[in-house]
Ligand binder design. Sequence first.
Ligand code: ASP
Ligand code: MG
Length: 420
Amino acid sequence: MQVFKFGGASVKDASSVKNVGEIIKNVGNKKTIVVISAMGKTTNKLEEIVKTYFYKNEDASSLINELKDFHLKIINELFEDKNHIVFSELENVFTEIEWAIEDEKTENYNYHYDQVVGLGEILATKIVHAYLNYVDVNSKWVDARGLIQTDNSYREGKVDYALSENLIKTQLNSDFESNTLIITQGFIGGTSENYTTTLGREGSDYTAALLAYFTNAERVIIWKDVSGVLNADPKYFKNTKKIDELTYHDAIELTYYGASVIHPKTIKPLQNKNIPLYVKSFLNPSEEGTVIRDSEKRVDVTSYIFKENQILISIQPKDFSFIAEDNLSEIFKTFSKYNAHANMIQNSAISFSVCLDFDEIKITPLVTELQNLFKVLYNHPVQLMTIRNYNDDIVSKLSEGKTIIIEQRTRNTHQMVLTE
Ligand code: ASP
Ligand code: MG
């Protein structure tokens, strides 16, 4: 058994879908579960739709139409037969999106978010599944909401391992025996009441890891538009290097600091069962890529992780008392309530600073609640630069012309919060 994961960039248009079809035909048509994310930037678009309707109380229909046109263009190019069932399947999912939008507005924004945003993956898998069968690669479409069971922490569903394992066994065992190729969605799960949950942005990698864990797969391959795990994001850095092999430990650290190549939750299930993870290019499928597995070898190349659009929040007790355990526990409780993840933390006598991704919908209520108890200052936008295996030259070069607001170093890792 192996698990493949194809992200949004690998299915962003008709020719990309054809390329995915080729890869599956050549290396993945036996004993393979294929996990697919929403096409191109669909998830961002669906987020915008939810925000427009449920947050700004504005009409979202033109955004929905744009998203529909984007998908229609893809299927028009893929299927010559305009009576193909995929056209009505697409209509059906868009009807679902409209229903989810017309749903009575509740206080629970995250609930509405998941019901709408999760449908991006349904669209993508319906299309890829139909296309595979169209080119004679027989496959079965499976709804991940019936496999990955979560609690109702919307936008951050916590997976129930025992229940999910059971569901997967009972639903898929006969398919595994008959060697059926399975196509399913990344990123989404279902609650016991059959509502959709999402596992956090970019969560499809995590789905692939979970499915590998539950089926004791031999490997996971994440297909990307880069040649493997690079030592820096080519979007920000020239002359990046590919890392051939990483330990689980190195991989978990890189992703923890924000290297966007793999979702941070992906590594644990794989490490727990010692399943190797390959990151390969869908543009050059025969190239080696990167393998992440158990090994003695720690990487010593310098890696750079750059995060933009960060907010630095500084929290101070109103009465000039120290930041002590009771304050800290109050602060962390509030962070956890809003699912706000600190990318970097610094503590001083009367101030506690946290750097985190700026997400207006999360941050606004978080800051408001903290302001009840503390004086809260913030700095936005700032950048967070993390360097693993650093030296002083590298640090000074990267901070040239910028102001360092906070700096932290351990033996291997250097982090700084910067403004231009
Ligand atoms: N489509 C989702 C996202 O863009 C999940 C994923 O891509 O992994 O966040
Ligand atoms: Mg994506």
